[in-house]
Structures are given as C-alpha cells and as structure tokens.
Write a protein that binds this ligand. Sequence first.
Ligand code: SF4
Length: 419
Amino acid sequence: MAEKRKVIRKKIQATDDMKQYMADYYYELDRAAKTGEAKVAWCSSVGPAEILRAMGFLVYFPETHSAMLGSTRMATELIHHANALGYTPEICSYLTADIGAFTQGVTPLSRAYEGIESVPKPDVLVFNTNQCRDVQDWFAWYAREFNAPIVGIHTHRGVKSVTESHISSIATQMEEMIEPLEKISGRPFELNELKRVVALSRECSDLWKKVLDTAVAIPSPLTFFDGTTLMGPAVVGRGTQRAVDFYKVLLAELEERVKNLEGAVEDERFRLYWEGMPIWGRLRAHSELFAELKTCVLASTYCNSWIFSAFDAEDPFTSMARAYTELFIVRSDETKEKYITEMIDFFKVDGVIFHDARTCPNNSNCRYGMPQRLEVNTGVPSLIINGDLNDLRCLSDEQTNTNIEAFIEQLEEQKASAS
Ligand code: SF4
C-alpha cells in the first residue's frame, strides 16, 4: 500500500491578490451592467477577447462562471433544469449547469460577492468554435433570452499542421466582426488600441507560461490544482496591465520557492501530468489525496491552454488567428501526442492521469487509444479516471481514489525494482 500521511497545504501568498483581482473584475462587470457605463461582451474562454477589450467592452466569460458552479458544487443540482429545456445530460455540463442556474435565478457570484445578484446582462455574445460547438449553442440560448446580438468565429478542428489558409480564414472572420461590434459599442475601432491590448495579452501569456514552467523544478513549487485557480486572471484579464502585474508577483513568489527547494507537496516522491478537464467539485479532495500520497500533479494541458505565444502586436489579426488555432484542443491526435510527449519529457513526470470527462469529449483524449500509444512510445504509465468537469453524478469517489492509490503503488513498485 502506498504511504499516506497527514497533509499540509502550503498557501501561495499571491492567491490573496488573485482573489481581490476576481472580486474587482466581477464588481466592475456588475456595475457596468446595472448602470450602462460600459458595454458588456460575453466571450468564450479562448475567443477573441483582445478585439472586444480594444473596442471598450468589459468582457465576461461564462465558462469561468460555470467553473464556479462546479467548484461550489452547485452545478449537479442545476443541470436537470437545462435538461428540461431540451439540452441533454450528455452535452457540456458547463452549458447545462449555467443555463440551469440562470433559469433558477441563482449564481455563485452572489455567495462570493455581496450585492451581485446575477450574471451581467450581455450587449453582445461572441464565441469561437475552436474549442467545441457547445459554446455556440450555449451563447445562442442566452442571445435569445436577452434578445442580444451574437457573432462568432467558426474554426477548423482536428488540425494537423496550421497552414496559411487556416490562418487567413480565421483572420478574415475576426476582421469581419469589427463592423457589427462598432455598431454595438458605439465607438470606432482603432488598430493602435488593438495592438496595445495584444501586446499586454502576449506579456500576460509569457508570464503565465513562466509561472507554469516553474513546475519543472524538483520539487515543484506549485500543483495543477493551484494552477486551476491561479489561471483566473490569464483567462478573464488577458489584455490588461493588472493581469500582467499579478503574474509578476506570482512568478517572483514561485521563483523564491524554487530557490529554497520548497515544494508544493511535502517530500515530493512522484510527479504526474494531468490531461483533461479538472473535476471542479473535487479540486480540494484531489489536491489532498495526491499530497497524502507524496505525489505532485504539477502540469497539465488544461492550464497550458491559456498560453498564446504567437501573439504579435505588430500583426494583431494574423497572430491572433494563429494563436487561437494552434491551441491543443484544435489539433489532430498526432499533434496532441507529440505535445504530451514533450510535456512528459520537459516536466520529468512519472505518470499521466487522463480524465475522461463524460460531458466534454473535446477535452477527453483517452477515448481512441491515445494513452496506450503514449505508454508504448514514452514508457511512462498512465491512468484513466472517469468523471466530469461539473456533473458529479458521473464520478465515483471511491473508485477514483482506489484507482489513484493503486496507480501510485504501481509507480512505487517500478521505482523499487529500478533501484
Ligand atoms: S470545451 Fe468542453 S467544457 Fe469547454 S465549453 Fe466545450 S464542451 Fe464545455
């Protein structure tokens, strides 16, 4: 049996700054929606936020709200309200939990932030299908509900090599958004403002990458579970100076930890990579379980998804088109396997956890033999856990914990026989 012990969770001090950041972000949106002092755009999480910000919109991301529904464990009980409207339990549980919450007039924002009673009313909804079609259907429901305009980018999927024709078709769709957005925002588009925002987004992305890359240190100064909350400003605040300032503070703290050999998990013994969505309602439980097993889940495809290294302020439309098409989720299995192999090598991991999220096939890469192929090619073992991002009915805690403990035992045995 793998050794378990009482766990001490080391707090990352910058988490307090991040909480303040998120509070200010939601209060600003709430104020704008109530007073009309600024227009509000809803945007999918890897949608063209830079364009919206450059045109003066405050940008709200429904996926972040839905992740809050998951982490507060409100989601599961709300999903059936969306099912009753014809959105089946088999599709994205971000979508079903979020629409279910709206129909019931509840939001985790009210619990977290006094005085906020609902999500901010959109003046426009903007999606990119680069991650999935569900965002389009999700936003279309709200567009009907609020009688608000909706615009979107339709992206290629399963892309092996990103070509000039991919880039030009996406860049053109982005440029074609400008005219309708100008009418909604009531102000003219300014290229220099877009360049400024893209430059800030690139800086934010570079810092976020450096933060995540500190996990290469042995022991790792942060875990995947830390990353899922610390990524907040990279998702909702990319393109702002404040997000850049936050990641400078966080990076300095993590570099200090690395210098002092201070691991996020005490006595780190095994290092794992997480492939797939987090199980939001079990973040704390999983963080503690792995720490008890002296195992650091230290890197993930998920947190890396907000790294946009292609952003170039001098060529904003083309570079945004490239960055939002080069994303892992958009790519072919072959490209994904190459990427995961590089991550296994870079972060020196002992194993990979694949989360098969029932309602998100787009972020579940274990259904067509990928774990098995990777094991053969890298020699690094993997474990598939069945669950979901938000719908906790798809998860057996007992089964998951047993499987994880058995996997760590397997790693123990491998280590013992190798020494
Ligand atoms: S990628 Fe998955 S979790 Fe995200 S919106 Fe699409 S279906 Fe939902």
